[in-house]
Design a protein around this ligand. Structure first.
Ligand SMILES: [Zn+2]
Length: 423
């Protein structure tokens, strides 16, 4: 953000943001990450201004009338999901999360904007977060809530760099940062009573299924960055593998009887807050002390090298005192039925359709023109969800030539997977 000139001094200063709204239409409101109103003051380093979001106009908000408290959520055009309900849930969760991570300031503001294009990009900065919705692909309320909680967690645990400079792992630190955000975005809402036990297990099983049925699950950590934006499902690996890694560590640490995963993570958060080194060597050294030996380092390298992580069947019994067991339940791998590259081609046209696939059985044909109204980002992780695609095809009865096709985007071959079941 460069529209506010700021001091280059690296010291805490009295900062005031004032808006001149006298010439704006009635009902115009102004807000930023630091607060709502025509005059907002805070004591911060000036560099924080680069990390603030600003919104002005006929804003809707949660809470509805004014947001002078610690929490606010803002939007201009009403989104297709229940924004006030989402705001209410986030408002109740945030003070608990802040307290858990021993942060003394629960201030947090969320900004929602509509994107005309098919893009649902998002960004988290200083005690604030912005995300987009689009009419091109509707977003699932379930998914938005999980995603917001995940992004909020990023405020606290984050892997830093080692004293001697960043290692390769720290530069490709996705597994730690995304994994711990995935872990706590499930565990904390359950512990805080936001989700019931059944709801927690349902979401847990989705995560586990996503990990095992990802067709790119054999890509190693060091290759993830290079392949991250090249399509496929590599971009989910840091999230899924990191999540499984922390699930296993929580179990191992609890079994070892020393400090828990929570305690170790809080120490890492504390080091980050004090601007002390909190890189991978620090983290591995902590694990070595707690788990009594070099095995934790060996396991870490196995995880990095894409060796499948198998959780013990009594994992949740030990870590969260829950009467659920993990059982092997093989599941079908994600599989569209034609190369996913077709979706990114311009124009996007179905080619090399697998005649044995469920897509073919659902009526997809080579040569179908694929319209942008599809999304498999969420569906790929949600076992048993169908994939919807609108195609354009000449010779169809309707004047526009559009056809809605729907199928289970799964291979008919099952791969090793696990799910929690109640016994
Ligand atoms: Zn993230």
């Amino acid at each position: 953000m460069s529209f506010i000139p700021r001091s280059a001094l690296d010291v805490i200063m009295d900062i005031t943001i004032e808006w001149g709204l006298s010439s704006t239409p009635p009902g115009t409101r102004a807000s930023c990450s630091l607060g709502e109103g025509t005059k907002v003051s805070a004591q911060l380093k000036p560099e924080v201004l680069d990390e603030c979001f600003f919104a002005v106009g006929p804003l809707h908000s949660y809470p509805a009338s004014e947001t002078n408290g610690k929490f606010g959520m803002y939007w201009l055009e009403n989104p297709p999901f229940d924004a006030p309900a989402l705001g209410q849930r986030m408002e109740s969760l945030l003070p608990e999360m802040t307290a858990f991570f021993r942060d003394d300031d629960p201030t947090y503001r969320i900004f929602i904007r509509r994107n005309i294009q098919k893009c649902v990009s998002s960004r988290g900065l200083h005690r604030g977060f912005v995300f987009a919705w689009t009419k091109v692909v509707p977003r699932d309320e379930d998914e938005i809530e999980e995603f917001l909680i995940h992004e909020t967690i990023h405020n606290w645990p984050r892997l830093g760099f080692s004293i001697s400079g960043p290692t390769q792992e720290e530069l490709a630190d996705g597994w730690f940062n995304e994994g711990i955000a995935e872990y706590y975005s499930l565990i904390l809402p359950y512990r805080f009573g936001i989700w019931s036990e059944e709801e927690f297990i349902r979401r847990m099983n989705i995560r586990i299924s996503g990990y095992y049925t990802n067709p790119d699950r054999e890509v190693k950590n060091r290759d993830v960055q290079e392949k991250f934006w090249k399509g496929g499902h590599v971009n989910r690996i840091p999230y899924q593998r990191g999540f499984m890694c922390f699930m296993k560590l929580a179990y191992q640490l609890k079994k070892a009887g020393g400090r828990s995963l929570d305690e170790l993570i809080l120490e890492m958060v504390g080091l980050r807050r004090q601007e002390k080194p909190h890189g991978i060597t620090i983290w591995l050294a902590m694990l070595e002390v707690e788990l009594g030996g070099p095995d934790s380092v060996t396991e870490y390298h196995s995880m990095s090298n894409a060796v499948p992580i198998i959780l013990p069947s009594d994992c949740l019994r030990v870590t969260e005192d829950l009467e659920w067991s993990l059982r092997r339940e093989d599941q079908e791998e994600f599989y569209l039925g034609f190369p996913e590259d077709c979706l990114r081609d311009k124009p996007a046209v179905v080619r090399n359709l697998d005649p044995e696939s469920r897509a073919a059985a659902a009526g997809v044909r080579n040569g179908d023109l694929i319209t942008p109204q599809y999304s498999f980002f969420v569906i790929a992780e949600r076992w048993e969800r169908t994939f919807d695609m609108i195609v354009r095809r000449s010779g169809l009865d309707s004047s526009e030539g559009f056809k809605v096709l729907s199928w289970s985007p799964r291979s008919r071959k099952k791969v090793e997977s696990y799910q929690f079941i109640q016994e």
